[in-house]
Write a new protein. Structure first.
Length: 157
C-alpha cells in the first residue's frame, strides 16, 4: 500500500505538511490506522487483501474524510432581530472510519441478516403446512401446529 501524505494533500486541495511536523505524523498515523482496519477486516472474513489500487483509494478517502470533519461538528445559529448566537455540537467518532460503501468496493462488507432479511423458502424445515397463514405473513397459525406441534386443522395431502 502506497498512500502518501502528498496524495492526501492533493485530494484536500492543499499543500502537504512538512515531513517533520506533528501534522504530518498525525496524517501518517491515520493512514496506518485505515490500512490496519482493512487488513483486520480481510483477516476476519478470511479473504485475501483486495487490489492495492482499491485499498489506496479507500485509505485516502477515509483519511481525507477524517481530516475534513474529524468530529462531525454541527453548528446551530439562532437569530433574533439584529443579534445571533451560535452553538457547535460535536458527536463524531473521533477516529478514522471506513464507510460501508468503501467496504463493499473492497469486497469486505460483512453479511447482515438484519431487519430486512426474509426467508425466501418459507415452510422449509417447519412443522407448519406450506399454506399455513403464519408462513404467509399472518400473526396466527391456521394449521394448528402452534398448539399441537403438528398440523391438526389442515391435513397434509
Amino acid at each position: 500500500m502506497t498512500v502518501e501524505l502528498a496524495k492526501v494533500a492533493i485530494e484536500l486541495g492543499r499543500a502537504a505538511p512538512d515531513p517533520d511536523t506533528a501534522l504530518a505524523a498525525q496524517w501518517q498515523l491515520w493512514i496506518d490506522d485505515a490500512e490496519m482496519l482493512i487488513e483486520d477486516r480481510a483477516a476476519e472474513l478470511k479473504k485475501p487483501m483486495p487490489d492495492e489500487k482499491k485499498v489506496d483509494y479507500v485509505v485516502r478517502q477515509a483519511v481525507v474524510k477524517h481530516i475534513r470533519k474529524p468530529d462531525d461538528a454541527t453548528q446551530v445559529t439562532v437569530s433574533v432581530d439584529d443579534g445571533s448566537s451560535s452553538k457547535t455540537y460535536q458527536s463524531g467518532q473521533g477516529r478514522v472510519v471506513i464507510l460501508d460503501e468503501w467496504w463493499a468496493q473492497l469486497g469486505l462488507l460483512k453479511a447482515s441478516g438484519g431487519a430486512y432479511s426474509f426467508d425466501s423458502a418459507p415452510g422449509s424445515g417447519s412443522v407448519h403446512v406450506p399454506w399455513c397463514n403464519l408462513l404467509w405473513g399472518a400473526t396466527y397459525c391456521s394449521c394448528g401446529a402452534d398448539i399441537a406441534g403438528t398440523p391438526i386443522y389442515e391435513n397434509r395431502p
